[in-house]
Ligand binder design. Structure first.
Ligand code: CAA
Length: 440
């Protein structure tokens, strides 16, 4: 059976940019370093008034199909993962298909279309679905188009406002892929949680601090499940470890927890033990609280060791290079982390062919998934064709007053001003309901 995985990807950012240190922090009366150092974010992407989850998804997909010379006939399935859906009946993929049919020959009537929802982990779940569909032989030689698209906006003055973002990632899943293959090894950590909810409302209700604890708890469970499934999480096994990145500060915590977990019982723990002592063990403490305190202290010291800092610099830091400048993209976030890591590796001349990635996906509500991927020989060609750096450069910087206007427009405010701040350039635009995805 042929290997299955991601054959190619394209990334589309919203066309506006909010500078967190220069524009947002002063308006909030905050120290800019809370954003740049604390959260690890510099700018965030916003959609102009004519952009939304459909246009960003369709524009990313169009470039991907063009570049890979894929015809509509070649696609047997389109799945969109999003937590910003606006229709409770038909999936966003039908809108995207409608857009693609405007610019490519033929149609997508034969393609199965769906929408995946489980907060930010849905993008990875949609990839899993595509993988299973192909492995089951139900694809009849055709490819799956998987899109993760979101406008990650919070209510004004919500603590989450600092972590907003908007963009889409389109991926083609196929046999003998150019970019990465998926392995059968997966691990899950899943529980019914209520830290982040959007029940019939535009902006989420979030208990931010608790959401961070839930992220870490589910990620640890997923790692344990991955190991039970035969996965070896030794930190040296992986060239890059892209995590879901709501903001880089969250990944800093996930990485420390992951490293502490993954060195248990191996030679790295022995090396670290010479410097700072071995990990605390549950049975040595009278109470669970005392054990947790000891673990916290150990983890803080661990992150100062050479073993940790070298590993972090090589496998984690490169994955944050895009997210620092675009913010949270919910379903797309872990996929831009994968792309960023590979892009940085390409710039540094690292040879990744045959190397492993460990992907740490997460969605509130809550579920984490860990899976391994193997990088394929076509990765350099694929990654070198991404134009996300160019798109980020071209974003229009917005003032705080413009930010407020754009935020209202995306809140579907009745009195919103719909004047755009940028000019469409041969792309799909939102031009009013019933005229979705027209081209301008
Ligand atoms: N200089 C340097 N650092 C500073 C600083 C300064 N002047 N002021 C504050 N900081 C640091 C803080 O110490 C903190 O860092 P540590 O966590 O490492 O201690 C960091 O900046 C943030 O400061 P606060 O904790 O005070 O920030 P906050 O309370 O305003 O909000 C947040 C932080 C809770 C994450 C908020 O942004 C939020 O609610 N975000 C949305 C929810 C979210 O992203 N959760 C993540 C897990 S859930 C998930 O991943 C799913 C998803 O996509 C939403």
């Amino acid at each position: 059976m042929a290997e299955v995985g991601i054959d190619g990807m394209e990334i589309r950012t919203g066309k506006l940019q909010l500078d967190l240190a220069e524009t947002f922090a002063p308006a909030q009366g905050d120290d800019p370093e809370k954003y740049t150092k604390g959260l690890g974010l510099f700018t965030s992407s916003f959609p102009d008034v004519y952009e939304d989850i459909v246009t960003m998804a369709a524009n990313a997909s169009r470039r991907l199909l063009d570049r890979k010379d894929i015809s509509l006939e070649d696609i047997g399935r389109i799945d969109v993962a999003t937590e910003s859906a606006f229709d409770k009946s038909k999936p966003v993929s039908t809108y995207v298909a409608g857009c693609l049919e405007q610019v490519f020959e033929g149609d997508l009537h034969h393609a199965n279309k769906g929408e995946r929802k489980f907060a930010c982990v849905a993008g990875t779940q949609a990839l899993d679905d595509a993988y299973n569909w192909i492995r089951a032989g139900r694809n009849r030689g055709r490819k799956a188009l998987v899109i993760a698209t979101d406008t990650a906006l919070y209510a004004r003055d919500d603590a989450g406002e600092a972590t907003q973002g908007a963009g889409a990632v389109a991926m083609v899943v196929d046999e003998n892929p150019d970019l990465v293959t998926f392995s059968d090894q997966q691990g899950f950590g899943s529980a019914d949680e209520t830290d982040f909810l959007k029940p019939n409302q535009q902006f989420p209700s979030v208990d931010g601090k608790r959401s961070m604890q839930v992220y870490l708890a589910r990620m640890r469970e997923a790692m344990e499940d991955f190991e039970r499934n035969g996965g070896d999480t030794h930190p040296d096994n992986f060239a890059l470890i892209p995590f879901h990145t709501p903001f880089p500060g969250m990944v800093r915590r996930a990485a420390a927890l992951g490293f502490r977990h993954c060195i248990r019982g191996n030679e790295v723990e022995e090396e670290v033990a010479e410097e700072i002592g071995r990990q605390p063990r549950q049975e040595e403490f009278d109470s669970h609280e005392a054990y947790l305190d000891a673990q916290k202290e150990y983890t803080e010291t661990l992150t100062e060791t050479d073993q940790y800092t070298d590993w972090y610099k090589q496998t984690i830091e490169p994955t944050l290079a895009i997210s620092r400048y675009v913010g949270n993209w919910y379903t797309g976030s872990v996929h831009i982390a994968r792309a960023a890591g590979m892009q940085e590796a390409l710039d540094e001349g690292r040879d990744l062919t045959g190397k492993q990635l460990l992907i740490g996906s997460y969605g509130s509500g809550a579920q984490a998934e860990i899976h391994a991927e193997t990088i394929q020989s076509g990765w350099e060609d694929e990654i070198s064709q991404l134009n996300i750096d160019e798109q980020m450069e071209q974003r229009r910087d917005i003032s705080f007053a413009e930010y407020e206007r754009i935020h209202d427009a995306h809140n579907h405010d009745e009195n919103r001003e719909m004047d755009p701040l940028t000019t469409p350039d041969n792309e799909f635009v939102f031009d009013g309901w019933g005229r979705m995805g027209e081209r301008k």
